[in-house]
Design a protein around this ligand. Structure first.
Ligand SMILES: [Zn+2]
Length: 402
């Protein structure tokens, strides 16, 4: 039994914090939580007077093979011992206990995910994986940021033309154990801005979404502008990634699009930090104000929103980026309590893991972060991490550094 006493608890449901709270953990789960709970004798007790506790965080958009591939190609895919340590340690250091990977080398990442799920890989956040990245021939990302790398094309992407048969790709993806489908429906060329790249046709977009749904896979769509978002929402996307890409000058989200998105039930995952780090793009003016406005509009309309970072791309590090993304969402006008609920209880729903992670409630996995300072006073205080507990075990301890 492990007991934390006198904490200021933010439980991830969006409820107001509970001061002077006791949290009991046993067998990797939360057992009891409340202000009036006796601590059983023999329990390991920490008195955390003045500290705040939040649930373990979740990153709704990473690329597990990401930065390793870009920075150190020799370490991924063909090296069987490569163990994603950068992602695992970055996440756990910063209290990120689950990730949703939106594109990666399929084979090695599926093996890794299965190892995490069956407990043979212990020190890792939980993992939710897309199938291969659907994209057009000549399009983003294989032919832009990955510079036509044949390994990326073969092992991480499903490059399609207008006559490609979609069903066999999705059937295989489902059989391999992908958790959802990822589509790039995007014209922005991040390597040769502002010249656009080809994107998949509307007809193919619809086909991929429909067939994925037939196979029980939800669909997330990378878009870079409102027109692309409109198509994705109208054809039944379950989640929208990015919304507005860095450098996109057609960046005003209309009230009509907000209305349609709200009606569709799609989640919006704006990945603000990944846009901010590349803004301004090329010779274009900054689009940061437009991004904030779009995020604010979605929030005000009550559209469900995810907290994703695109961690794994350059300048967006695993783990720490979630804190930076939360600060961006707050800068766009979302209150800290809501931002924390989005990054924990809300993201858990997107990963379909809400039955066991995301909130600090009895019966759920014991994942939490002890903060020195209160994040409701300043969202950047989520970085004042003193302790991270995942599945009832201490995985990061900054107390002993002091
Ligand atoms: Zn991405």
């Amino acid at each position: 039994m492990f007991a934390l006493k006198n904490v200021n608890l933010i439980d991830g449901t969006g409820k107001e914090p509970m001061p002077q709270c006791t949290i009991l953990m046993e067998h990797e789960k939360f057992k009891e939580i409340g202000t009036d709970i006796p601590v059983p004798s023999g329990a390991m007790v920490m008195d955390l007077q003045g500290k705040t506790v939040i649930p373990g965080l979740i990153d709704a958009h990473v690329h597990i093979s990401g930065s390793s591939r870009l920075d150190r190609p020799g370490m991924s895919h063909l090296v069987p011992s490569y163990d994603f340590a950068e992602m695992r340690e970055g996440c756990l250091r910063w209290g990120v206990i689950a990730v949703r990977s939106c594109g990666h080398f399929m084979e090695e990442t599926l093996v890794f995910r299965d190892g995490v799920n069956n407990g043979t890989i212990e020190r890792s956040p939980r993992v939710c994986l897309s199938g291969p990245m659907f994209q057009s021939r000549g399009g983003h990302p294989c032919y832009t940021v990955f510079m036509s790398d044949p390994e990326v094309e073969q092992y991480a992407c499903a490059v399609i033309d207008d006559d490609t048969q979609i069903e066999p790709i999705i059937r295989q993806s489902k059989e391999q154990g992908a958790d959802f489908t990822k589509i790039f429906y995007a014209h922005l060329n991040k390597m040769d801005y502002p010249n656009p790249v080809p994107r998949i046709s509307k007809q193919k977009l619809k086909e991929i979404i429909d067939i994925s749904h037939q196979y029980g896979l939800s669909v997330t769509v990378h878009v870079d502008c409102p027109a692309e978002m409109l198509d994705a929402v109208q054809y039944g996307a379950d989640c929208i990634e990015h919304m507005i890409g860095a450098g996109e000058l057609e960046n005003k989200i209309s009230d009509e699009l907000i209305e349609l998105t709200k009606k569709s039930g799609a989640v919006v995952d704006p990945t603000m930090i990944s846009i901010k780090r590349f803004d301004p793009m090329g010779s274009a003016p900054s689009i940061w104000d437009a991004v904030k406005e779009a995020v604010r509009k979605c929030y005000d309309a009550g559209i469900p929103m995810a907290v994703g970072c695109d961690a794994g791309i350059p300048f967006v590090p695993f783990g720490e980026a979630v804190h930076d993304e939360m600060a961006c969402l707050n800068e766009a006008g979302i209150p800290p309590l809501e931002v924390i609920a989005m990054a924990t209880g809300g993201n858990a729903k997107l990963l379909k893991m809400e039955d066991h992670i995301g909130t600090i409630e009895p019966g759920k996995d014991a994942d939490l972060i002890v903060l020195e300072k209160n994040p409701l006073e300043d969202i950047r205080n989520t970085k004042t991490i003193q302790l991270v507990v995942s599945k009832g075990k201490i995985v990061t301890d900054c107390f002993s550094d002091k």
